[in-house]
Write a protein that binds this ligand. Structure first.
Ligand SMILES: O=C(O)c1cccc(C(=O)CC[C@H]2O[C@@H](n3cnc4c(=O)[nH]cnc43)[C@H](O)[C@@H]2O)c1
Length: 240
C-alpha cells in the first residue's frame, strides 16, 4: 500500500510526518525534491509507504503538485491534509474534520437566480466522494467530524459569506483551499481520495486573534498518528 499525502505548506507536512513517526527520537526522514521544486518526504510504516508532499496554497497549486507526484510514482490512495476553517458549532478550533464529500464551493457562475456550480454549468464535477468506508474509519479512529469539506479560492471573511455557504451546504464541516484540486488530480489517475482538515479558525468574520494554528497543526499530527494503520486496514479490505 502506498499513499500520497498532499499538504499546502511545509508546516503542515512537518506535522503529518511527525505524526507518522513512531518514536519521537527516531531520525527524521530526508525530504526529496521533485521536478517543479516540490518537496516530498517518505515515511515507511508497517504495511504502508506514505509520501508527504508540499504542493502550495490553493486548488490550482494543489492539483499541479498532486498531478506531478502521481505522474512519477504509483499510488493506491491520495489524501489532502492540512489546516482549515471550521463551521461552528460542529467544528471548533483544534478539532478534526474528515470529508465525506469534497466540494468545489465557489467554482461556477453567479446568476440572477443564485450561484450555479461547475457541474450545473455542464463542466465536469463539483463534488468528489471519498470511499465511504475509508472516510468513516478515518473519522472514527481520529474522533473527527465526518462532514463535507468545501474547497474555496477565497478564505471566508464575513458573516454574510459564511451564511451563503451554509445555506448552500448546510452539512459542511470545514472549508479549505486545496481538497478539490487534489481530488481532481486523483480522479484523473483513477485513484481514491480522502481529505483531513484540522481546524485553525472559525469560518466567519475575519479575526486574526482567534486563529489557533499551533493547536491545529498539533491536531493534524495527532490525527496522522492513527491514520497510517487505518489506511492499511482499509487497503486490505479493498473498500474502493
Ligand atoms: O487572512 C485571513 O483572514 C486568513 C484566514 C484564514 C486562513 C488564511 C490563509 O491564508 C491560510 C490559507 C491556508 O490555510 C488553509 N485554511 C486555513 N483556514 C482556512 C479558512 O478559514 N478558509 C480557507 N482555507 C483555510 C487553506 O487550505 C490554505 O492552505 C488567511
Amino acid at each position: 500500500m502506498r499513499a500520497l499525502v498532499v499538504t499546502a505548506v511545509a508546516a503542515e507536512a512537518d506535522s503529518v510526518v511527525a505524526g507518522l513517526t513512531p518514536h519521537p527520537d527516531a531520525p527524521g526522514p530526508e525530504p526529496r525534491t521533485l521536478p517543479g521544486g516540490y518537496s516530498i518526504t517518505r515515511r515507511d510504516l508497517a504495511g504502508i509507504a506514505l509520501d508527504v508532499l508540499v504542493a502550495g496554497v490553493g486548488p490550482a497549486a494543489a492539483a499541479a503538485g498532486t498531478a506531478t507526484a502521481l505522474a512519477l510514482a504509483g499510488y493506491d490512495l491520495v489524501v489532502s491534509a492540512g489546516i482549515g476553517g471550521g463551521f461552528a458549532p460542529a467544528a471548533p478550533p483544534g478539532s478534526l474534520v474528515v470529508a465525506d464529500a469534497i466540494v468545489a464551493a465557489d467554482l461556477g457562475a453567479e446568476t440572477p437566480e443564485g450561484f450555479v456550480d461547475v457541474a450545473g454549468l455542464g463542466f465536469g464535477h463539483a463534488v468528489h466522494l471519498p470511499p465511504a468506508g475509508l472516510a468513516a474509519l478515518a473519522a472514527e479512529a481520529t474522533g473527527a467530524l465526518l462532514a463535507p469539506v468545501l474547497t474555496v479560492s477565497t478564505v471566508t471573511g464575513s458573516a454574510a459569506r459564511a451564511a451563503e455557504l451554509t445555506a448552500r451546504h448546510p452539512q459542511a464541516g470545514a472549508e479549505a483551499m486545496e481538497g478539490f484540486g487534489v481530488a481532481e488530480a486523483a480522479a484523473a489517475h483513477g485513484l481514491p481520495v480522502l481529505e483531513v482538515r484540522a481546524v485553525s479558525n472559525a469560518v466567519g468574520p475575519r479575526d486574526r486573534d482567534a486563529w489557533r494554528i499551533g493547536e491545529a497543526l498539533a491536531a493534524l499530527g495527532g490525527g496522522f498518528r492513527v491514520l497510517g494503520p487505518v489506511f492499511v486496514h482499509w487497503g486490505e479490505r479493498h473498500d474502493r
